[in-house]
Write a protein that binds this ligand. Structure first.
Ligand SMILES: [Zn+2]
Length: 842
């Protein structure tokens, strides 16, 4: 039946090609082409066209209503079409509310009578366009097909056409602008090879299909709020994979199921899979299951539902990545990919209606069982916090709240097992709550695994990512300490200026998460700011740690009052408290000490474009632009040869392949460093810098050799995969007297590692502010050879050249925007790299 690949090209496709036989359609409902101006699959619909069509359908159909649940960074609306019987549509709010009861074990409602809810999520990866385009057919079919009238009494569809509108638009625009009217399918066509950064990701180049747990982007925030309000039974997640494939639907690889997910989830997935098989058999499309993809990391769209009583289903269609592309199975046309995705939407609809009662019962049972597990658990609550930093603690609490996790704020200081938890900077998660299982997974550390391969990260312990103290408690503590329930919302606490206008100097410590934002704002206004490399004490016995920032009016013409107002504004927006100091004669060093350095405002260029790792670059861009409100230049790396680099005092090279840069660019960068620049590099960028004599970094390769003369061919892929470090958490030792370590109170921190880059510590022991410990594994999977290799190796290293230096980060301190705990290491390089003593770097 392979001929189907050829049968329809984008040029001669019509609606009948997609629609299943045996249905009649309501003439009052607009066909997609009547709104789009072209047939589905003829062009790649852009997001505006998609929204236009959905609005038209919502206006015409009594079966549908349109929900706008947010806006992207580029201000595109995030929409979802609820489709059900006209009667249900009229009482959607009541039906939604009723579902909340499914999470409570004493729920007595009518499981037999409740509709099933199926969320259909399309093209979270923007360049996987068959999803969003198939959603046009789903919206049409489910609102217009007369024969499903009765079924709709029992089901509510939430059709989300475009999870990632900004990426979808980037891709549609690329393909459409390179489309030939007579395509030949040659993979070398420009149409089929998007330019950097491609359409997979969102505005800041983040993979939104890893953000279901971290919830760091507006797309996820809106969607998770809908998920938590609706509690869908089934979540469909439409993707594309490489061109040289067929079609995949879950179940995924059974040995990689998350052990926290009940077995019944996989049974239901298999039951549903039988429907997809039947429907794809009918149209003659090839498919497979169980051999790839997994349900391990709960931060993916098809896995997040699994820890909340629902069933997530991943679909992966071989991509045409344009209108037509050659593959071993023949030429894959865009309409063909759309038809497969629409077909499994139809099969899912049948499965959901048939399994409705079983799915609702399963969700209710899931939460009953969770309650029973809680009862068996010796732990009754978890407390977390950072005594020195409200910002990080707040952001972690905010994530928990978005997942509908109940939370209490601690309102008095307590010390537990010698760990102090401060009032207002600590929270308590009671385990006696419906989201018990999700909570367990967010706080879990795991170092033993059934399988040694992972489609994504092997661990996501959140307090480690946030560098927070946390502890499981055998009592609920809620009745032992003063607490306030904050489950209904939490707002960020503003910082204050303590003391009056006209003080001798002002100071703030570097431990608050947003202290770099405060520092930059003050520099930008033009005040004199300095960083203290030694501790000092004021008369009121307050100790100011290394990294404390001192702010004076400097050459600014502003009045004392205007200066004071600026300090107040900065304190409020950053959550940082700023203290007035009345004299320079402080304990420890005095305020005019040579160990307090004047800071230059960073002027930052971030290299981007071909070869550069777009997610690494995007995480850095997001950190500056969204969190710290610091403007930076995104500079295409080829521009090094023509740009005036003296405009910048900080240049950042994300991980990537810089081999396209020539000797001229390398020489220019080298002389910029020699003249005093601070170069910050990550991952494989460090190799390029070392190869071009811009910095000295020495790497080691693990030795996997063994003497076995014969190994099973069948084990080849697994043996290879087991050597990959897909993502795990490691213990590292931080020198908190080094400028890179300022703002940290403890020398023990966690770092997130992906990949096998192993850095020899510098021969100068002062140039290694962060190294792995002797026993580095904290959580996740790592191959024993890699673990051995990693011990005492460098994580951050500084290499000097002339007046400047290169700071290398082996591991990613900005991983997926939720590693709040290591962001400061990176920001320290940006702000304090200029002050690092050159004698420590060579
Ligand atoms: Zn995908």
């Amino acid at each position: 039946m392979i001929f189907l690949f050829f049968s329809v090209s984008a040029q001669n496709v019509n609606l009948d090609y997609y629609l299943p036989s045996g249905y009649t359609y309501d003439q009052e409902i607009a066909k997609p082409s009547s709104i789009l101006g072209f047939e589905v699959g003829e062009w790649h619909a852009n997001h505006t066209q998609v929204v236009q069509f959905y609005k038209a359908i919502a206006a015409q159909s009594p079966r549908a209503t349109l929900i706008t649940y947010g806006y992207t960074y580029e201000k595109r609306p995030l929409i979802m079409l609820a489709v059900s019987s006209p009667k249900n549509i009229k009482q959607l709010d009541r039906l939604k509310e009723q579902r909340g009861g499914l999470r409570y074990p004493d729920f007595k409602s009518d499981l037999e009578g409740m509709p099933v809810v199926m969320y259909m999520g399309h093209s979270v990866h923007g360049n996987e366009a068959s999803g969003v385009n198939a959603s046009l057919l789903s919206a049409y079919h489910f609102t217009a097909a007369k024969e499903i009238e009765e079924d709709l009494e029992n089901i509510i569809l939430l059709i989300d056409p475009a999870i990632n509108p900004d990426g979808i638009n980037r891709f549609a625009s690329w393909v459409n602008s390179h489309k030939s009217y007579y395509p030949n399918g040659d993979p070398n066509n420009r149409e089929l090879n998007e330019s950097w950064p491609r359409g997979r990701t969102n505005h800041y180049w983040f993979d939104l299909n890893r953000d279901w747990i971290p919830v760091q982007h507006p797309e996820s925030e809106g969607r998770i709020a809908q998920f938590q309000a609706w509690l869908p039974n089934i979540v469909l997640d439409f993707h594309e994979m490489g061109t040289d494939n067929t079609y995949f639907f879950q179940p995924g690889i059974p040995s990689r199921n998350n052990p926290l997910t009940p077995a019944k989830n996989f049974e239901l997935t298999e039951k549903i899979a039988a429907y997809h098989a039947k429907y794809l058999d009918k149209i003659g499309s090839l498919y497979y299951t169980k051999e790839s993809f997994d349900d391990y990391y709960f931060g993916k769209g098809s896995t997040y539902p699994d820890i909340q009583g629902a069933v997530g289903i991943l679909f992966e269609q071989a991509s045409s990545r344009g209108n037509l592309q050659e593959s071993p199975y023949g030429k894959i046309s865009f309409p063909f990919t759309i038809r497969n995705q629409f077909t499994t939407a139809l099969s899912s609809f049948d499965a959901a209606t048939d399994l409705r009662v079983e799915l609702n019962t399963y969700m209710s049972d899931f939460y009953k069982d969770a309650k029973a597990e809680y009862t068996q658990d010796d732990n009754k609550a978890i407390i977390f916090g950072a005594m020195e930093d409200y910002g990080r603690t707040f952001h972690f609490a905010d994530i928990l709240l978005q997942h509908n996790i109940q939370l209490y704020s601690l309102e008095e200081d307590v010390t537990l097992n010698s760990v102090p938890f401060k009032s207002g900077k600590s929270f308590i998660v009671p385990l006696d709550q419906p989201q018990y299982r999700l909570v367990k997974s967010l706080f879990e550390t795991r170092t033993t695994f059934q399988d040694s391969l992972f489609y994504d990260v092997s661990t996501w312990n959140m307090p480690m990512a946030f560098n927070l103290n946390y502890m499981s408690l055998s009592s609920k503590i809620l009745n032992l300490a003063k607490v306030v329930n904050v489950s209904n919302g939490l707002s960020f606490k503003e910082g204050k200026v303590l003391g009056d206008a006209g003080a001798y100097s002002y100071a703030f410590e570097w431990e608050e998460y947003y202290s770099p934002k405060a520092l930059y704002k003050l520099m930008d206004i033009g005040y004199q700011v300095r960083v203290s490399h030694e501790e000092f004490q004021t008369k009121d016995k307050k100790n100011y740690r290394r990294g404390t920032i001192l702010v004076e009016k400097g050459n600014s013409e502003k009045s004392d009052e205007a200066f004071y107002e600026d300090l107040k504004t900065v304190a409020a927006s950053s959550g940082v408290n700023i203290y007035a100091l009345s004299t320079g004669l402080t304990g420890g060093v005095n305020l005019g000490s040579p160990s307090i350095s004047v800071l230059k405002k960073p002027s930052i260029a971030l290299l981007v474009g071909d070869g550069v790792g777009s997610s690494d670059a995007g995480e850095i861009w997001h950190l500056f632009d969204q969190r710290m409100e610091i403007p930076i230049t995104l500079m295409a790396s080829q521009r090094i040869s023509v740009a005036d680099l003296n405009r910048y005092n900080v240049i950042i090279l994300p991980t990537g392949d810089y081999s396209a840069l020539g000797e001229k660019e390398a020489a220019k960068l080298k002389s910029w460093v020699q003249n005093g620049g601070t170069l910050i590099s990550r991952g494989s960028a460090m190799n390029w810098l070392a190869d071009n004599d811009i910095a000295v970094f020495n790497f080691q390769s693990p030795d996997y050799s063994d003497t076995t003369s014969q190994k099973k061919y069948a084990d080849l892929e697994n043996d290879r995969g087991a050597k990959l470090t897909g993502g795990a958490i490691f213990n590292a030792k931080l020198d908190i007297t080094h400028p890179i370590g300022y703002g940290y109170r403890s020398g023990e921190i966690h770092v997130f590692k992906q990949g096998n880059q192993f850095l020899e510590p510098s021969g100068n022991p002062y140039a290694n502010p962060l190294v792995y410990t002797e026993s580095p594994l904290a959580s996740g999977y790592v191959h024993p050879t890699n673990l051995e290799m990693m011990k005492n190796k460098g994580v951050i290293q500084i290499s000097g050249k002339g007046k400047g230096k290169t700071i290398g980060f082996v591991d990613n301190p900005n991983f997926r925007a939720y590693w709040f705990g290591t962001n400061k290491l990176f920001l320290n390089a940006v702000f304090f790299g200029q002050t690092i003593n050159n004698a420590s770097t060579r």
